[in-house]
Design a protein around this ligand. Sequence first.
Ligand SMILES: [Zn+2]
Length: 329
Amino acid sequence: MLVNKILPEKNDFQLAEDAVKLLERQLAVWELLKTNYDKLAGIINKEIRYEDYKFIVQYNPGRIKSTTADVSDSGIQNRKCFLCKENLPEQQSGIMYNKKFNLLCNPYPVVGKHFTIVKLKHMPQQIVGNIEDLLDLTRQMSKYFTLFYNGPKCGASAPDHMHFQAIEKKKMPLEDDFKKLINDSRNFKIDKSRISIVAAETYPSKPIIVESEYKGEILKAFRIILNGLKKIYEPKKEPMINIVSTYEVNKWSLFIFPRREHRPKEFYTGELLVSPAALDMSGLIIVPRKEDFDKIDRDKLIDIYKQVSFTKEYYEFLKKKLFDNFIRY
Ligand SMILES: [Zn+2]
């Protein structure tokens, strides 16, 4: 039985308002969502400083399912896809976007208001073919929200069904800290009239930051970066990346995090349940166990980033690719 209700599409920028209203309506009728939002009040945060940057470690027991999600092929095959429309809980409704996506309340919120934007069609998580939608959605949602994408092998708990997520703006420390990275002369920078790209090596998770007012420029740069990364990873698979996407004052800022590992070695020994994805790479580190929350200090945090983000050697290679391409741009 199809019980999921999808509302008709609305005009530009209305999506952010509609999302807020959807959450209000859903909280009134969906017990699990209400319970999990109530639990957000009990979350504990602690702040860690590294150089000039802020990191927030968040103890959030509600995220245990996501942190420890079995994303192996057999794990995926043995469960019903929880993002497919026919498997959504009876109480869940959504907002249709562009006849392609369904915006849903995430029943396991990380912080503030949290949405999952799910492709209507069941198809694997991949950024190629969906990046333009990410930019459009970012703009449409920009009044209140920041969007993100987790690659199928580095953070997506549904690698079999294409989706983005959105949380309230400025919840990730990097959204404030990135301006310092852009102005840090130690970071490699390409500055053209219509686009700028910064390889932000001085930040522990080493994002590539692409900024432009022109969607076409961002798409072109993204292609170049992705192709550069493909030379490092297996060329036929999507390189391991997380993406955070914001839109402010008519400009997109795209943070691309090239990844080396899905999880640090301590995850597999059970020593530390932390499974870094887009939010963690952007300075909001989620841990579902109190013991891990207590354990993480500055050195531990930097070591986790070191394990899961790019090596110096890979980064040099990527910078060279960027330089070679953009010099002829
Ligand atoms: Zn599905």
